[in-house]
Design a protein around this ligand. Structure first.
Ligand code: ATP
Ligand code: MG
Length: 689
């Protein structure tokens, strides 16, 4: 039923009324309708779009033996053509009938059945449904084989479905419902299985791909390879059971870490937890007088370090703006160094030389000399025998230097990882004081062993080896460490960190990889010679190869004045020394040069653990500068030096005082001092004779 046909059905109804033939119309079309409902062949013929209206009329008349009202049929087909739509004949008839019944107050419905129903059966149904709907009901019978059996009544908006199809449908739906139950249950089951699988996956996923959790895939030689911990940072601490490791390699699907403790029970498959912290060390005054390991744990048996402050071991070095140039002296108390290779606060001065040439001795003397000078000291021992370190600590203690010193130890027996981080730990400890505006002296003893430890780690981590099998970033290893030392600007408190890195050479070869690297990073080097050391010239500083690039601006005026010619004197002496071995026939000038050099060399010898105060050094060098020592027999120089200082301190304390306070030698003082010293020298010579 379409809206269009309904409207035309209404018009057809009006035409019937106009003709006053409504009942004829109804009767005719009702007959046609009944016949078409049961005769599908005829229905198809009437509903055809290719057959002409007259043919359809003829066929209908023929089917009804020409009993149908011809005018009604003509009006009907004209009306139907007016609709100008296909397949409207049957609809128009039904709409007309429906309209007719509605006007008459009769319910009009259709009873669908597989086979045509008997008239009496339809009447029975009409009565039954009429009773139900409390109105007269007319049912027309239509065939529908899909019903299988039984019948279905559609009237107005009501449907009585007694067809087998619907019964089967019910059965099916009930069966389906059961199916659904079954399915639901099976789905539930598979769901739970899937869930189990999911959670199982997740558990596995947790282990494998979590940001903070992973597991050990391999462990060997202190190197742990880890799957997982994808958000691990470089140098982050990882907790593996009772052990700790530090992240070194961050690869796409693997994290390489180095164990900072014994492998313990770290095995393949051990769970790894990222701590979210990079390696830190305790910092602060509580560390003074303490001996700690590379992680800041006390190893001196004096109990916990009472500090709540920690600093990461790696930090960005202060930039240029944050620094100022080195301008204050850091006195080592060693005559040869303070006079010729002066070190300033914030300077990085390399101590370089073969094994057993007194490198450590120079650094320790420098520490001892800081007594009462308000300079905190840190001695970082890398890869050394514990007994050696113990001796050093003992010496520092004996000389009262432990009061202002911290010793950081990563011994030769410690894992390479600890040897690797030890200098950075020490540096962080020093940085704390530097940032507070204090002065710090830090000794790295030594960076060759540090580089070797790093090389070990790198090779174990399968990083490509470069020159001398060191990894490519070995320069950065030391540059980032030493760059952290320096003199901070006044705005930042003016603190300083003076670094004395030590590098061991092989057979005096300073052009090897690590030595050249560190030489280029530092502000100068103190080069120690085995020959000098063995010939008794100790400290065995080679004044020709040693240099301090920034220290002279930090030297006191007094020291500058008395030491200006030293280097030249020694250089000239070395030059002519070779000739002197051959002939005795030397001219006066050469003899003088040799004499001066010999005396100077003798004067600059200095035993261990006996730092000389600046004022004393100035006085001795003053005497030398004025030529007062040249006349002293060589073997007496040491005694002369002692007696001169004794004399000055006891008889002329005001001179000593003045130098110490003024840090300069005025012309007047110079004269006074010369007079006094000349007198002493004379006395000395006479005594000698
Ligand atoms: P290594 O390469 O083993 O670290 P090193 O270069 O650090 O050695 P030191 O340990 O400082 O050398 O010194 C070697 C030896 O020389 C020590 O026995 C030390 O006592 C002695 N020595 C160092 N300096 C002096 C000095 N100025 N006077 C006398 N002896 C010294
Ligand atoms: Mg040493």
């Amino acid at each position: 039923m379409s809206i269009t046909t309904r409207r035309y059905a209404h018009d057809l109804h009006n035409l019937a009324l106009q003709d006053d033939k409504l009942d004829v119309y109804f009767d005719t079309l009702n007959q046609v309708n009944e016949r078409l409902n049961l005769d599908s062949e005829l229905a198809a013929y009437i509903d055809s779009t290719t057959i002409s209206t007259s043919d359809k009329k003829d066929r209908l008349q023929k089917a009804f033996n020409n009993t149908l009202d011809n005018d009604v049929l003509t009006t009907f087909f004209i009306m139907n053509n007016a609709i100008n739509q296909k397949h409207t004949e049957l609809l128009l008839i039904q709409d007309f009938l429906a309209y007719y019944y509605r006007i008459k107050g009769i319910g009009f419905g259709v009873v669908y059945s597989v086979r045509p129903l008997e008239k009496e059966h339809i009447e029975k149904l009409e009565v039954a449904i009429g009773n139900e709907l409390e109105q007269k009901v007319v049912l027309e019978n239509k065939l529908d084989e899909s019903l299988i059996g039984g019948f279905k009544i559609v009237i107005n908006n009501n449907v009585w479905d007694g067809s087998y199809r619907s019964k089967l449908k019910d059965l099916k739906s009930s069966l389906l419902a059961k199916d659904e139950d079954f399915e639901a249950s099976t789905r539930e089951m598979s769901q739970s299985i899937k869930q189990q699988i999911d959670t199982f996956e997740k558990q596995r996923v947790n282990v494998q791909t979590s940001a903070t959790i992973g597991y050990v895939t391999s462990v060997a030689d202190g190197i742990v390879n880890i799957s997982g911990v994808f958000e691990a940072m470089s140098e982050e601490l990882l907790s593996i059971g009772d052990s700790v490791a530090m992240v070194m390699n961050l690869e796409e699907d693997n994290v390489g870490a180095v164990l900072l403790s014994d492998a313990g029970n770290v095995v393949e498959g051990s769970q790894v937890v990222a701590t979210g912290r990079v390696v830190e060390v305790p910092v602060g005054d509580a560390l003074l007088g303490r001996v700690v390991d590379a992680l800041g744990n006390p190893i001196d048996g004096k109990g916990v370090i009472k500090t709540y402050e920690y600093a990461p071991i790696e930090k960005t070095a202060p930039g240029v703006i944050e620094r100022q140039s080195v301008h204050q002296p850091l006195e080592t108390g060693l005559k040869i160094i303070d006079s010729m290779i002066p070190i300033g606060k914030g300077q990085r001065e390399l101590i370089i030389g073969d094994r057993q040439t007194g490198k450590t001795a120079i650094a320790i003397d420098a520490i001892l000399n800081q007594q009462g000078k308000n300079v905190k000291c840190i001695y970082v021992a890398i890869g050394q025998k514990n007994s050696t370190v113990a001796q050093i600590v003992e010496k520092l203690k004996q000389n009262g230097a432990m009061a202002y010193t911290t010793v950081v130890v990563a011994g030769a027996s410690e894992p390479a990882a600890l040897q690797y981080i030890a200098p950075y730990s020490g540096c962080s400890i020093s940085e704390y004081w530097m940032n507070q505006g204090q002065d710090v002296l830090i000794v790295y003893d030594d960076l060759s062993k540090h580089a070797v430890a790093y090389r070990t780690l790198s090779l174990l981590l399968k990083r490509p080896p470069g020159r001398e099998a060191y990894p490519g970033d070995v320069f950065y290893l030391h540059s980032r460490l030493l760059e952290r030392s320096g003199k901070l600007s006044a705005d930042l408190g003016g603190g300083s960190s003076t670094a004395l890195p030590i590098v061991e050479t092989q057979a005096g070869d300073i052009s090897a990889y690590i030595p050249t690297n560190v030489i280029s990073i530092t502000d100068g080097q103190i080069f120690l010679q085995t020959e000098l050391f063995n010939s008794g010239i100790r400290p065995a500083v080679d004044s020709g190869l040693s240099v301090s690039r920034v220290g002279s601006s930090a030297q006191t005026q007094a020291m500058k004045k008395v030491s200006s010619s030293l280097k030249l004197d020694l250089a000239q002496y070395r030059e002519v020394l070779d000739f002197a071995q051959f002939g005795t026939d030397l001219d006066v000038a050469t003899k003088q040069t040799i004499n001066r050099g010999q005396h100077l060399t003798e004067l600059l010898k200095q035993p261990q653990y006996s730092p000389v105060a600046m004022e004393d050094m100035v006085m001795i060098l003053f005497a030398n500068q004025k030529g007062l020592i040249d006349q002293i027999p060589l073997r007496m120089v040491k005694y002369y030096e002692q007696s001169l200082l004794l004399e000055m301190h006891s008889s002329y304390p005001e001179i000593v005082e003045e130098i110490r306070n003024e840090k300069d030698i005025s012309l007047e003082l110079e004269e006074r001092m010369y007079a006094v010293m000349k007198e002493h020298s004379e006395k000395y010579r006479i005594t000698e004779m």
